[in-house]
Design a protein around this ligand. Structure first.
Ligand SMILES: Cc1ncc(COP(=O)(O)O)c(C=O)c1O
Length: 448
C-alpha cells in the first residue's frame, strides 16, 4: 500500500448530506480516478458502482473530456451569458435539443439539477402568465420525489427529511401524487412493474380538488432515483400525460438522473415514449466533470415566452423576456465538457451499450434474491436497487453497514434509506457488474 498523503483539517468543511461527526471520525477520501475506478488516499482502487453520484456516465477522467476542458480554460475561461455569448453554449444547446424527444427545441443552461428544477417551475409560471392564465400557480409533485434542494425543488419534492425543517418556507399551493412503491404487488419486478398505472388517476382527483385553472404543472422523475430507483408502473406515465393534456397542465420530467443514457436511450422519455413539455437535466450532460444543468423547453413554450407579444409593448424586441439566469449559465468550461461528453457518448455508443448491458445487469442484480434481508430488487437500464429490511428501530443502518463492507472490499455503492442503489458508468464491463454484485452478496452475509 502507498503511504497515505497527510490528512487536512477536516473541521472547517461543513459537508452536504453527510453525518459530519461520524465522517470526521471515519474519513473516506478519494484522491484520483480513471475509467471505472477511484483511488483512495492510501492507494486502494475502488470500483465505482454509482458513477460518482449518478453522473459520471462516460467513466472517470475520460481523456477526451479532460483535454477539451484543459484547452478551453486556457483559451476562454469565462464569459457572461447576459447579452453576450460564446459559440460553445449555442453549439451545446443545439446538440442537446437534437438528442431530446419531440418538440423540446430550446435549452436554458444552469449549473445543477436543483437550479434546473427551480428554473423549470419559473418557466411554467411565466408561460401561463404570458398566455393570460397567471392564476395557474400550483404545482403537483409526488411523494418520494427528489427535485434537488432549492425552495422550489423541496416544495414539489416528496422526501420528508429534506422538507420538514423548511416547511414554513415552501412554495404555496403544492400538492403531491402518491408514490408508486408497492412491495406487496411488485416486489422483484424486472423493469417496469405490472401494477400501479391506476395511481396516476390520483392526478384527476387533485385536479378536481384544486380546479385545473389553478394548476401550472406536474413534475415527476420518470424513474424515481433518490427514493431508491422506482421504475414507473406500466401505463402510468401515459396516464399522467393524458390527464395533463386534458387539463392543460405542463408536464415536467425531471431527468437529472435518467438523462444521457441511464435507461438505455438518451432520455427516459424516449425509453418510455412519453413526451414532457419541459425536461430538467444535469449530471450526465458533462459526465460530472464540470457542474452544469439545463431545462429543455418545448418550442411553443419558448415562443410564448420569448416570441412577439411576450415583452412590454414599447420596443419589445429590446426588452428582456425572462428575468432569470445565473452568473455561470452556459459557462465555457461546462460547455466544453458537455460537447466533449456528447461526442464520447456518440462515438463510443454508450447509450446503446447501456441498453445492451441492461439484461446482464438485471440478471446479476436479481441473483441477490434470497440473500439475507433482501426484500426487493428493481432495475431499469443501468439503474438498479436492492432494498433491505430495516433493522428494528435503526432505519438506514443496515444499508450503511453494507456500504462500508463494500467499500472495504473495493466497491462503491450508494445507500438511500435502507436501499442500495447501483448506477455504474455506462462503460462498465460485465465482469465488473459481477464484481459489484459479489461484493454486495458478501456484505449482505457479513452484516446479517
Ligand atoms: C431527479 C433529480 N433532480 C434534481 C437533483 C438535484 O441535482 P443537484 O444535486 O445537481 O442540484 C437530483 C440530484 O440527485 C436528482 O436526482
Amino acid at each position: 500500500m502507498a503511504v497515505p498523503t497527510p490528512l487536512p483539517d477536516l473541521q472547517p468543511y461543513w459537508m452536504p448530506f453527510t453525518a459530519n461527526r461520524y465522517f470526521k471520525q471515519h474519513p473516506l477520501l478519494l484522491e484520483s480516478a480513471a475509467g471505472m475506478y477511484y483511488s483512495t488516499r492510501d492507494g486502494r482502487k475502488i470500483l465505482d458502482g454509482i458513477a460518482g453520484l449518478w453522473c459520471v456516465n462516460a467513466g472517470h477522467c475520460h481523456p477526451r473530456i479532460v483535454a477539451a476542458v484543459r484547452e478551453q480554460v486556457g483559451r476562454l475561461d469565462y464569459a457572461t451569458a447576459f447579452n453576450l455569448g460564446h459559440a460553445g453554449a449555442f453549439e451545446l444547446a443545439d446538440q442537446v435539443v437534437k438528442l431530446a424527444p419531440g418538440n423540446l427545441g430550446h435549452a436554458f443552461f444552469v449549473n445543477s439539477g436543483s437550479e434546473a428544477v427551480d428554473t423549470a417551475l419559473k418557466i411554467a409560471l411565466a408561460y401561463h402568465r404570458v398566455r393570460g392564465e397567471g392564476q395557474r400557480f400550483r404545482f403537483i409533485g409526488r411523494e418520494r420525489g427528489y427535485h434537488g434542494v432549492g425552495f422550489g425543488g423541496i416544495s414539489v419534492g416528496g422526501m420528508v427529511a429534506n422538507r420538514k425543517v423548511f416547511a414554513s418556507a415552501m412554495l404555496p399551493g403544492v400538492d403531491h401524487l402518491p408514490h408508486t412503491h408497492d412491495l406487496a404487488r411488485n416486489a422483484f419486478s424486472r423493469g417496469q412493474p405490472a401494477h400501479g398505472a391506476e395511481l396516476a388517476d390520483a392526478l384527476e382527483r387533485l385536479v378536481a380538488l384544486h380546479d385545473p385553472s389553478t394548476i401550472a404543472g406536474v413534475i415527476i422523475e420518470p424513474v424515481s432515483g433518490s427514493a431508491g430507483v422506482l421504475p414507473p408502473p406500466k401505463g402510468y406515465l401515459e396516464r399522467i400525460r393524458a390527464i395533463c393534456d386534458r387539463h392543460n397542465l405542463l408536464l415536467i420530467f425531471d431527468e437529472v438522473i435518467t438523462g444521457f443514457g441511464r435507461t438505455g436511450s438518451a432520455f427516459a422519455s424516449r425509453t418510455f415514449n412519453v413526451q414532457p413539455d419541459l425536461m430538467t437535466v444535469a449530471k450526465g450532460i458533462t459526465s460530472g466533470v464540470v457542474p452544469m444543468g439545463a431545462v429543455l423547453v418545448d418550442r411553443r413554450i419558448y415562443e410564448a415566452c420569448v416570441g412577439a407579444g411576450a415583452g412590454p409593448t414599447a420596443q419589445p424586441e429590446q426588452a428582456i423576456e425572462f428575468f432569470h439566469g445565473y452568473t455561470y449559465s452556459g459557462h465555457p468550461l461546462a460547455c466544453a465538457a458537455g460537447l466533449a461528453t456528447l461526442a464520447v457518448y456518440r462515438e463510443e455508443g454508450l447509450f446503446e451499450r447501456a441498453a445492451a448491458l441492461a439484461p446482464a445487469f438485471a440478471d446479476a442484480l436479481h441473483s441477490l434474491k434470497g440473500a439475507p434481508h433482501v426484500i426487493d430488487i428493481r432495475n431499469i437500464g443501468l439503474m438498479g436497487a436492492v432494498e433491505l429490511e430495516s433493522r428494528k428501530d435503526q432505519p438506514t443502518l443496515r444499508a450503511l453497514d453494507v456500504f462500508r463492507h463494500c467499500f472495504a472490499s473495493g466497491v462503491l455503492v450508494r445507500t438511500t434509506g435502507d436501499t442500495i442503489a447501483l448506477t455504474p458508468p455506462l462503460i462498465i464491463e460485465e465482469a465488473q457488474i459481477g464484481q459489484i454484485v459479489d461484493s454486495l452478496r458478501k456484505a449482505l452475509k457479513a452484516t446479517a
